[in-house]
Design a protein around this ligand. Structure first.
Ligand SMILES: Cc1cc2nc3c(=O)[nH]c(=O)nc-3n(C[C@H](O)[C@H](O)[C@H](O)COP(=O)(O)OP(=O)(O)OC[C@H]3O[C@@H](n4cnc5c(N)ncnc54)[C@H](O)[C@@H]3O)c2cc1C
Ligand SMILES: *[C@@H]1O[C@H](CO)[C@@H](O)[C@H](O)[C@H]1NC(C)=O
Ligand SMILES: *[C@@H]1O[C@H](CO)[C@@H](O)[C@H](O)[C@H]1NC(C)=O
Ligand SMILES: *[C@@H]1O[C@H](CO)[C@@H](O)[C@H](O)[C@H]1NC(C)=O
Length: 535
């Protein structure tokens, strides 16, 4: 994926000066304004001076990227270490008046998943971005703080000629935030999602215990936390697999007018065994619903003006509104360039894109991975970043992708103006670990469809009702979809989402966060003062 217009940067400002200002202000008025929702005894803890109930702090923690909903916490904790976080959770857990606690990574959720209404938001960024002892690289893995941004993990590992294997499209997200979901991008078909590339975690459970877990030790916690939507513990460190970093990527885009040829080629690409045949390192794809999206490519550096005119012409000539774009990349170094050239040529000969409509660019590996950031900057400067994002991400079985195309892309979205990228790409279930909490469809190959649309000029209601229509369509047609970055509000919907995994999810919740303190913004478990979960 590439965002053809920019998104703004929310990286941490130098936190120390911010903290000094805030703490000066807070020390005057703290007792006076101490929120009723929080027990006064909190003020006796060492961490009290890092807890801010003032509106400057709580306003920031009341909003997220989605810009669809707000909820104010009673206060915000700016931790200096993971011990501060553990102290807070332990206090709430043993208090006669427990309160909810939510780690906030970079606030890039859509539906307030990192909110803690009437509770305390833990601003993970206060632990410090960009290393400073929180990112340690060895030849075999990187240990990264849960609060670290993936872009910083990338920079730190590249210094050693290494890099993680599996990514998200956008790198200004936190390690803890993406590992609580899955972390997907065009590498999933080869390496699995980010959660499948983790060796070990440090976690603070809902009882305030600091635990280390892996496949071999406390494995139930390890599996529960990965894809666990923040429900079992706060990730303070993740040990992530590395591979030698390539220097360059050849980035390829192939155009299709026929959805059947497009998906067949995508499936062909992901089924190639890289040990035996030349294979891509990255595969995604997108739908171009009309000329406005093609036009938005004008601001991207990938296509020349002439390319874009030809692509627009192709859409017009075919008399169709939908084009499909297969997006791939192969990584290479000087030493492997000749083999890559030849392998790619042979692969392209096998594929059935519209002849003459293959576009390529050579780009550094770093810029390839960070490609969405350019788009972010442009969108920010156009004032189009801080707008509502009614995004819908779903996984659906391969056997129904053509039905989905007909009903949704050629049906519900037929006359739509493009308002952001629509991603479509397949992956193989065998690369996912079914022990983990993340939920995927029950078919060997499944697709992700991401409708990453921005609402401009009051079309929010329209986009939201369209999202509902899409989900209703799938339901009526018996297309069993699973939401990625799921948003549900009733217990019944959550049980349906988790399906056979629900019982285990509940059992792990009882074991590791029995008072349902953590990440209440996911709206899976209702926080209860009665100190227990109810079903
Ligand atoms: C522009 C953009 C592009 C994106 N691209 C992709 C993509 O390509 N692939 C993909 O998979 N996702 C993508 N996402 C979604 C992203 O993975 C989610 O927004 C995710 O929530 C990470 O964001 P965050 O780090 O800001 O976490 P937040 O939104 O702050 O938190 C998300 C949830 O995790 C919990 N949480 C946060 N930190 C921790 C922690 N340390 N331990 C335990 N729980 C924690 C929070 O309480 C909350 O419930 C994208 C989002 C945006 C805005
Ligand atoms: C909030 O921030 C603004 C601008 O930085 C400052 O003027 C104001 O005094 C702050 N208020 C509180 C309560 O911290
Ligand atoms: C959305 O963003 C705008 C601009 O920053 C802000 O004024 C508004 O309060 C936000 N709305 C929500 C629901 O977060
Ligand atoms: C999915 O992966 C498995 C294991 O690598 C492989 O045997 C199978 O052929 C793959 N399926 C498809 C459709 O590519």
């Amino acid at each position: 994926m590439e965002l053809s217009m920019a998104y703004p940067l929310l990286r941490a400002k130098p936190f120390s000066s911010f903290l000094i200002v805030v703490s000066l202000i807070a020390s005057f008025g703290q007792l006076k304004s101490w929120p009723d929702a929080l027990p006064q005894e909190l003020l006796t803890l060492d961490i009290a001076e890092k807890i801010f109930p003032d509106s400057n702090a709580t306003t920031l923690a009341s909003t997220d990227f989605g810009n669809l909903t707000q909820a104010r916490p009673a206060a915000v904790l700016y931790p200096s270490s993971s011990h501060d976080i553990a102290a807070l959770v332990r206090f709430s857990y043993s208090s006669s008046r427990p309160f909810p606690i939510s780690p906030r990574g970079h606030g890039h959720s859509i539906w307030g998943q990192a909110f803690a209404p009437e509770g305390i938001v833990v601003e993970m960024a206060a632990l410090g971005h960009g290393g400073a002892g929180r990112i340690n690289v060895t030849p075999a893995y990187v240990d990264a703080g849960g609060e670290q941004l993936w872009i910083d993990v990338l920079h730190a590992t590249l210094e050693h000629g290494l890099a993680p294997r599996s990514w998200t499209d956008y790198l200004y997200l936190t390690v803890g935030g993406t590992l609580s979901n899955a972390g997907i991008s065009g590498q999933v078909f080869r390496h699995g999602p980010q959660i499948a590339n983790v060796y070990e975690l440090d976690v603070i459970t809902g009882k305030g215990e600091a635990m280390t877990c892996s496949k071999n030790s406390n494995s139930d916690l390890f599996h529960a936390v990965l894809g666990g939507l923040g429900q079992f513990g706060i990730i303070t460190r993740a040990r992530i697999a590395l591979q030698p970093a390539p220097k360059m990527a050849r980035w390829v885009r192939l155009m299709y007018t026929d959805v059947g040829l497009f998906t067949r080629d995508q499936e062909r690409v992901i089924s190639r065994d890289p040990d035996k045949l030349f294979a891509l390192n990255y595969l995604e794809g997108s739908l171009l619903v009309d000329n406005s999206l093609i036009g938005s490519w004008r601001s991207s550096s990938f296509f020349s003006r002439a390319d874009i005119d030809r692509i627009s012409g192709l859409a017009a000539r075919s008399g169709i509104r939908a084009l499909y774009c297969l997006e791939g990349a192969v990584y290479y170094n000087e030493a492997t360039k000749a083999d890559m050239d030849q392998g790619l040529r042979l692969l392209l000969e096998e594929l059935n894109f519209v002849p003459g409509f293959a576009f390529m660019q050579d780009i550094s590996y770093l810029h390839f991975l960070d490609r969405v950031h350019d788009g972010e900057l442009k969108l920010r400067s156009a004032g189009m970043w801080d707008v509502p994002h009614p995004w819908l991400n779903i996984f659906l079985p391969k056997s129904r992708i053509l039905d989905f195309d007909l009903g949704v892309f050629k049906g519900i979205l037929k006359n739509n103006k493009a308002m952001g990228p629509v991603l479509i790409y397949p992956m193989n279930k065998t690369k996912w670990d079914d022990e983990m909490s993340a939920v995927i469809p029950d078919e060997e190959v499944f697709y992700t469809v991401g409708l990453l649309r921005s609402a401009l000029e009051g079309d929010l209601d329209y986009l939201e009702s369209q999202n509902n229509e899409i989900l209703r369509f799938c339901d009526q047609e018996g297309i069993v979809v699973k939401q990625y970055l799921p948003h549900y509000t009733t217990r019944g919907d959550w049980m349906k989402h988790f399906g056979p995994k629900w019982n285990k999810f509940l059992k792990m919740k009882m074991k590791y966060d029995p008072k349902a303190l953590l990440s209440p913004g996911q709206k899976i478990f209702t926080f209860l003062e009665k100190n227990r979960l109810y079903g």
